[in-house]
Design a protein around this ligand. Structure first.
Ligand SMILES: *Cc1c(COP(=O)(O)O)cnc(C)c1O
Length: 514
């Protein structure tokens, strides 16, 4: 049990958190001197005798905390796609740390944790309009891990199907037991192709982790550098590799630089499904943030972006992120799959009877440790359960509407501005496209090249807002990703305007002085 001193320190940390959370506005980045100071205070070696909890708490609150950025705390931090944390998710997350239990083994007589995670996944499926009886799921650390899960299940499926067609349907040989090399030999497969468009970097990473290799990821997009599939190119790949190779097709549901979608309606996904069925390919979706447009389905204002995630129930597996648009704390991703028998073939812990606690007679809950990567992990379903319970379908629709409307307001401001260019410029030649195509990402550059080279840096130096510096068409570009539930379009557009106008006037002042 904790003593008074421990409790006092815990309380100090809580008070600090409450103070930070109640601030009206918070700089998006710490002062650089703070960073230097904090680094100089970090211990180099394990202390022989610990400093004690009081001194350690002071170190955390006085040295380290002021040197953290406000990526999740500030509604005007637009770097990466970081998400925020809803108040209900934060409440749950503090309980997660207090109780510190792993929900991965289903122990119905001992804890309700695995039931909560099961329900959290079901509520999430409900929010995203996936039929709970057709899909199963598991929480992961994020979309990267969920892409690993998707490619692992895809690899298992496509090779097992080949093995069955060679050795007969009763063959018990499986990739999960044979290993990739042996399975490919038996299946007569010489290579695996991952066919996609403008894939997120994590897909290449997942391919490498799984022994498929980054080089097996092929872009089959249309030649205009768009995220749209070139179906002919895709079919050529599937066809030419059909005898020696096996394929996984991946839909980029939300491309990370533009927020655009690889498919634009149900028919697009149906066409992919037909090709995958014809050539025995697995269809995976990287929907880290794009999946959430399904919340806005049916609303005319968001029709085009919602169409980008329509038809995904035809896929075999789906990766999504909780710590982005769901606004739960890191680290939370989720994985949905339409073939419940595949994941256990990959992730089953063999020969561990004590881990087999499922009671088929009383419930259908699968222990997460046999369908996901980790055996033990954080109870990350609790914040998901809490936030969905607290805000419901309408609450999430309202949060997302505000975020999309704000992104569109920023895009509209940039579009008419004489000194900025909204990207991709060939798409946004027409103002109307802003209110159709913009989801939560706004890509832009300054027309003045010298300014553009330092634009992201100058914006971020304001510490009032943060954008990601990126590259588009071999040119530096700035990228705004809106992903925090706290976004207030009317309030925040003024921050964006002020910061950008200040950057412009500082720049023109500099050039008139030189
Ligand atoms: C963020 C993102 C990922 C990686 O997600 P993590 O949560 O960082 O693991 C994968 N795909 C897309 C499209 C993303 O936006």
């Amino acid at each position: 049990m904790e003593n008074d001193k421990d409790s006092a320190c815990l309380e100090r940390a809580h008070v600090h958190s409450l103070e930070v959370l109640q601030k009206q506005s918070i700089p998006v980045l710490p002062e650089s001197s703070r960073l230097e100071d904090a680094r100089s205070t970090l211990l180099r070696n394990i202390p022989e005798h610990g400093l004690g909890i009081a001194q350690t708490t002071a170190h955390l609150l006085q040295d380290i905390a002021p040197a953290l950025n406000a990526s999740s705390l500030s509604p005007t931090y637009y770097g990466f796609v970081v998400g925020g944390v809803t108040p209900a998710a934060r409440v749950a997350d503090s309980l997660v740390s207090t109780y510190d239990q792993t929900p991965t083994i289903h122990l119905p007589d001992q804890t309700v944790a695995s039931n909560v995670e099961d329900k959290a996944l079901r509520l999430l499926m409900d929010l995203l309009r996936f039929d709970q009886s057709s899909w199963s799921g598991v929480f992961s650390t994020g979309a990267t891990a969920s892409n690993v899960l998707g490619l692992a299940c895809g690899r298992e499926y496509i090779l097992n199907e080949r093995i069955k067609s060679r050795l007969g349907p009763d063959s018990e040989e499986r990739v999960g037991s044979l290993g990739l090399l042996q399975a490919c030999r038996i299946a007569g497969v010489e290579g695996i192709d991952i066919l996609t468009t403008m894939a997120h970097s994590s897909l290449f990473k997942a391919s490498s982790i799984l022994g498929l290799g980054r080089n097996c990821v092929h872009d089959v997009g249309t030649s205009d550098g768009c995220v749209t599939f070139d179906l002919q190119k895709l079919e050529q790949h599937l066809k030419s590799g059909h005898h020696n190779n096996a394929s996984i097709v991946v839909i980029s549901c939300g491309e990370v630089n533009t927020g655009f979608f690889a498919t634009h309606n149900l028919a697009d996904v149906q066409a992919l499904r037909t090709l995958c069925d014809k050539y025995g390919a697995w269809l995976h979706v990287d929907g880290a943030f794009g999946l959430f447009t399904r919340i806005l389905d049916g609303l005319p204002e968001f029709e085009t972006v919602a169409q980008g995630a329509r038809g995904l129930t035809l896929a075999d597996s789906i990766a999504g992120d909780g710590h982005k648009l769901l606004n739960v704390p890191y680290d939370c991703g989720f994985f949905l799959c339409r073939h419940p028998s595949i994941a256990p073939q990959v992730f089953q812990n063999p020969n561990a009877a004590y881990l087999n606690t499922k009671n088929a007679a009383t419930d259908m809950i699968q222990s997460a440790l046999n369908v996901g990567i980790e055996n033990s992990r954080r109870f990350r379903g609790l914040p998901v359960y809490a936030t969905l319970t607290a805000y419901g379908r309408q609450g999430y629709a309202d949060m997302l509407k505000r975020q999309v409307r704000f992104a569109r307001a920023v895009a509209a401001y940039l579009f008419v501005h004489a000194d900025f260019e909204l990207l991709p410029s060939d798409i946004f030649r027409d103002r109307v496209r802003i209110d159709q195509d913009i989801f939560i990402i706004v890509l832009f550059k300054a027309k003045n090249e010298a300014l553009n080279n330092t634009l992201a840096k100058r914006i971020n130096a304001s510490s009032k807002m943060y954008v990601s510096g990126t590259v588009w068409d071999n040119c530096p570009a700035s990228r705004i990703a809106v992903s925090n539930w706290q976004v207030d379009p009317d309030r925040d557009i003024n921050v964006v305007r002020t910061v950008l106008e200040d950057v412009l006037s500082a720049c023109s002042k500099e050039s008139s002085e030189t």
